[in-house]
Write a protein that binds this ligand. Structure first.
Ligand SMILES: Cc1ncc(COP(=O)(O)O)c(C=O)c1O
Length: 480
């Protein structure tokens, strides 16, 4: 089904698809085409031709406002009093390139999400916005697979979600175990230390995961109030199994805090089934919304711990006892919510639920398997110690010997418009991180990337068998 979003004609609308943008850019000597020009109508033509072909899995066609017109166009009801002379400043209107975002996030955004974000701003206490907030909460509960009343979107990126969870659960001197097998576990330990926790950092090498025994031993020894762990470690591509760990953490009387920044909406995050007490995510990964909001959820037990605090939460901005009055209860003003970001998240969540969680997880898995088959056919292996623990949405692979990491990433970006990530921390220069998150998890992206990578490796005299990657990926698709 193709969704169309009608916008006020004064704003100006255009029919755009991600792929047609890319194709037109290629035809236009690498430059982004201008709308309203000949290429604009060519774009409409391409968009029509694409329906039912390239975008069968996820139609990427929508009516979106042209951001370059919203500001200068003055003929509409709302903008008519503001005449802006666009030549009066040395600064040009923004003109971002169209990229294929296959890095560790942000991921490709569905045009209808961008369209939702361009809708008129209302006040943060407007009944219309309060309704949007309610719906965002309801949809987040479904995606987190929880009945937790206290489920909402923190204003800020994934790190704000991390801080919100830690500072509300921790009081100075409380014991916390932070499990570090990558960069983000380390960040959680840092945040906990700053919140005054007595932190024990439990470490595994990058690319490995924690066993139940590791955690059982640590909780037995340290008797923590909170155990924090990363479900999908974006810096290493490792998926942490949680079921058994949740049991040992709760048997020890501790709370389980889980980082789901990269896993939410790409893998099952079963908050209630796994008895997770607090979890946070980010809008820009498998939810395919721009960065800026951090979905969080707290169990009734976690709320009880917060209610029993003896000290004030160290952060005013992230204090859940106040935020919950705005997101529920009496709707008391706390801070001015980022209205249009919430519109975007609302639409992104609608798309997730329209696709269905199971279908979405299966889509991430399929494209990961095709990509993996292609990479392996090109002689490129994964960096995760045990293949069973490879994340579908973040493929961390070993850079072949003698290949210039930065050179390949630069060529991918400049010649093919594809962004991938380099390694983080000790993986810097050793791995590439190839994201297949949310809207980016599509067959055209997988095949385009494999073909482009082959060209980049050929530039460095390191190409493996011509077309081997694409052929192997196609084989996987044929079996789907
Ligand atoms: C697993 C994980 N946790 C936390 C974060 C921090 O999120 P943000 O960069 O949105 O603040 C990230 C970001 O990549 C992440 O991948």
């Amino acid at each position: 089904m193709v969704e169309r979003h009608a916008l006020p004609s004064s704003v100006g609308t255009r029919l755009v698809t991600v792929a047609s943008g890319r194709r037109l850019r290629a035809e236009n000597g690498g430059k982004r085409p201008h709308f309203g020009s000949e290429s604009g109508s060519r774009m409409c033509e391409l968009a029509r031709a694409q329906r039912g072909s390239r975008f069968q899995e996820r139609p990427a066609v929508a009516m979106v406002p042209d951001p370059f017109q919203i500001f200068p166009v003055t003929g509409g009801r709302r903008y008519s009093e503001v005449q802006i002379d666009m030549n009066s400043t040395a600064f040009k209107p923004i003109h971002p390139p169209v990229r294929t975002l296959m890095g560790p996030g942000p991921s490709d955004i569905h045009p209808s999400v961008l369209a939702a974000m361009a809708a008129p701003t209302v006040g943060h206490l407007d009944p219309y916005f309060l309704q949007i907030m309610d719906e965002v909460q309801t949809m987040l509960r479904q995606v987190f697979q929880t009945d937790n009343q206290m489920t909402m979107a923190i204003s800020g990126t994934g790190s704000a979600g991390m801080e919100a969870c830690v500072v509300n659960l921790i009081e100075p001197g409380d014991k916390m175990i932070a499990c570090q097998n990558g960069v983000f576990g380390g960040r959680m330990a840092d945040v906990a230390g700053r919140a005054g926790a007595d932190v024990t950092k439990l470490e595994r090498p990058f690319g490995e995961v924690f066993s139940t025994e590791d955690i059982a031993k640590a909780v037995d020894q340290h008797k923590p109030k909170v155990v924090g762990i990363v479900h999908a470690e974006t810096s290493t591509g490792a998926l942490q199994p949680l079921e058994e760990i949740s049991k040992v953490v709760h048997d020890a009387g501790a709370l389980l805090l889980v980082d789901c920044v990269t896993s939410l909406a790409g893998l099952p995050v079963e908050i209630d089934k796994l008895n997770i007490d607090a979890a946070y995510s980010g809008s820009q990964k498998c939810l395919s919304c721009p960065p800026g909001l951090a979905p969080v959820t707290f169990s009734p037990k976690a709320l009880g711990v917060m209610d029993a605090r003896k000290t004030k939460v160290a952060s005013w901005y992230l204090d859940i006892s106040m935020l919950r009055n705005y997101w529920g209860g009496d709707r008391a003003y706390h801070h001015t919510a980022p209205i249009n970001m919430n519109y975007g998240l609302h639409q992104a969540l609608r798309l997730v639920l329209e696709e269905g969680l199971d279908a979405r997880f299966a889509r991430h898995r399929l494209h990961h398997e095709a990509l993996k088959a292609g990479l392996e056919a090109m002689g490129i292996g994964y960096s995760v110690a045990n293949a069973e623990h490879s994340l579908p949405m973040l493929n961390s692979v070993l850079i072949p010997d003698g290949v210039d990491d930065a050179g390949v990433r630069k060529q991918l970006l400049n010649e093919f418009g594809i962004e991938i990530g380099g390694g983080l921390g000790p993986m810097k220069g050793k791995t590439w991180r190839i994201g297949l998150m949310g809207d980016a998890a599509q067959k055209p992206n997988v095949l385009l990337f494999l073909a482009a990578l082959e060209q980049c490796l050929a530039t460095q005299g390191k190409a493996a068998g011509a077309g081997a990657g694409v052929a192997a990926a196609n084989d996987r698709y044929l079996k789907a």
